[in-house]
Ligand binder design. Structure first.
Ligand SMILES: Nc1ncnc2c1ncn2[C@@H]1O[C@H](COP(=O)(O)OP(=O)(O)OP(=O)(O)O)[C@@H](O)[C@H]1O
Ligand SMILES: [Mg+2]
Length: 509
């Protein structure tokens, strides 16, 4: 007997002609924290589905606790102590956070009271204790990720498969979650985690397996992996790899903003003072009686890229939705291209060129990639649909390869590309990007920011909402920091990063 809790041997699965997982063999030692990394679409989530029984392999075996469980149904595996989280989280939206967690707990507690009491402990463990009575639908992306972890933990796993539970968290929230995950392993649970947040992988993983195009291309300890040429090429990208090998080896904390521009300009180097495009003043509103935004004054000038930062739950997404007409405004004014659009319906706002790529992608899962893109030009730029599709395909070649694939079966990162592509189809005048780098591999994150800079340099105005503080500040002309529904900072990236006090207060760095 080995001391591996999990062994995968020669496993493969194809979808049509695509070998999503191709002859993969890997071992996970009992009690270890092992990471699985690799480019978007590499087959990581598919491998989880093969291990946990959601998919049956065409070939190969899965051995868990010494038993062949190949193709065994997920609920039987769950009883045997194997639980997984899902990358695209889908909690029971109308149930409370606590009820959602209790679903996992019911696996071991038939008594409702006991299940709920255990669920409460788990909520505390993952930092959701203050939100247990909320409907799950009201959680932010980060909250939903925590809930996903909590639901899995409530099933008392022996082997926990985590699929990107840190995606969408800001640097501070990631630092808070690292000890939570480490604690899980200290309590004897073996963890296999898929993660693009290299800060966490480097901090947590004892061993790393790297998958690319369905095949394992490398394995080793964190420092081997970050220096492996193939891994750098396929996954990390040169920039991220270099940062990981810097002395503090802490990618999220090595913010490299060097906007020491003497003329005090933002990153695009041009002066946008003159012509305002989006002018928001005194904006207030929220959901029902809860006021989320408490008087926001924000401006985006023509051609300017503005970053809006702040912790999860600060109100950034609500702000986006309010200016796009998706959440009612209670007070204040929104002007876009000198037209008052306060309280206008989104069907009147989109045609004017105020286009949002929403948080969490919101693609249409049962439509194809091409149909999703076509819908992007439903109310704007319809006449130039085919040219624009070509432009999107040039930007994201993966989408061209997959025009007929149902969007819901695309990998997490591929769905993100699709959402951005759909936004570009409408020929935005102001493009609002709500966490565009969420779920992308380090290399693609670099490419995404390069793309944002490229869009910026074409004269497009961009409002960028991001958890990726370092690269946002490298890209933006100006930055706002939101906290509890109010703006706390408004200025140049260099001013924010140049002051220890401001940086600590607003970014936790
Ligand atoms: N049911 C399906 N039909 C067709 N293709 C699929 C299906 N499921 C997955 N794929 C494709 O298989 C490949 C592997 O997908 P998978 O979700 O495993 O990637 P991943 O490594 O988890 O990527 P990411 O980091 O972006 O989440 C992708 O190209 C995806 O589009
Ligand atoms: Mg995935």
């Amino acid at each position: 007997m080995t001391d591996n809790i999990l062994s995968v041997s020669g496993i493969s699965i194809s979808f049509g002609g695509l070998k999503a997982v191709n002859n993969v063999s890997l071992d996970v030692p009992k009690g270890s924290l092992t990471a699985l990394i690799g480019p978007n679409g590499a087959g990581k989530t598919t491998l989880f589905a093969l291990i946990s029984g959601f998919l049956k392999p065409n070939q190969g075996t899965v051995t868990y606790c010494g038993q062949d469980i190949t193709g065994q149904a997920p609920h039987i595996n769950a009883v045997a102590g194997m639980t997984r989280t899902f990358q695209i989280v889908q909690p029971f939206a109308a149930q409370t956070v606590l009820e959602n967690i209790a679903v996992g707990a019911h696996l071991h507690y038939s008594n409702r009271h006991a299940a709920f009491s255990f669920a409460r402990d788990i909520a505390t463990q993952v930092g959701l204790d203050s939100q247990i009575d909320k409907p799950a639908a009201d959680l932010t992306v980060a909250g939903r990720k925590r809930l996903e972890l909590a639901r899995a933990l409530a099933a008392k796993p022996k082997l926990l498969l985590l699929d990107e539970v840190l995606a969408g968290l800001n640097p501070q929230e990631i630092s808070e979650m690292i000890p939570v995950i480490r604690n899980v392993t200290k309590n004897g649970v073996t963890v296999l985690m898929i993660e693009h947040v290299m800060q966490a992988v480097m901090n947590l993983a004892e061993h790393i397996w790297v998958l690319a195009q369905g095949e394992l291309i490398a394995q080793g300890n964190p420092s081997d992996i970050t220096q492996n040429r193939h891994v750098i090429e396929a996954y990390l990208g040169a920039g991220a790899a270099a940062r990981l090998n810097e002395p503090h080896r802490n990618i999220q904390n090595t913010v490299s903003v060097t906007t020491n521009d003497p003329s005090k300009q933002g990153n695009s180097g041009s002066n946008h003072q003159a012509s305002p495009l989006l002018e928001v003043s005194g904006l207030r509103g929220g959901y029902g009686r809860t006021e989320v935004l408490r008087g926001i004054d924000l401006k985006v000038n023509k051609g300017e890229t503005v970053a809006l930062l702040g912790s999860n739950g600060a109100g950034k997404t609500t702000f986006n939705q309010m200016i796009c007409g998706l959440v009612p405004t209670q007070a204040g004014q929104v002007k876009f291209a000198n037209v008052d659009i306060t309280g206008a319906h989104y069907t009147d706002i989109v045609p004017q060129g105020l286009i949002q790529v929403p948080e969490g992608r919101k693609i249409f899962p049962n439509l194809t990639v091409l149909e999703n893109l076509e819908l992007g030009s439903f109310s704007r730029a319809r006449a130039r649909r085919s040219e624009n599709i070509e432009y999107v395909f040039e930007t994201f070649p993966r989408l061209r390869e997959r025009t007929k694939q149902l969007a819901g079966t695309m990998s997490g990162g591929e769905q993100q590309m699709l959402a951005i592509g759909r936004g570009l189809m409408a020929e935005p005048i102001l493009l609002i990007l709500d966490e565009p780098s969420l779920g992308l591999s380090p290399r693609l994150v670099e490419e995404m920011f390069a793309l944002i800079r490229k869009l910026r340099d074409t004269g497009l105005s961009i409002l960028l909402v991001e958890q990726n503080v370092a690269q946002s500040l490298d890209t933006a002309d100006r930055v706002y920091v939101m906290e509890n529904g109010a703006l706390k900072f408004n200025g140049l990236p260099s001013d924010l990063m140049g002051s220890d006090e401001l940086r600590r207060a607003y970014l936790g760095l």
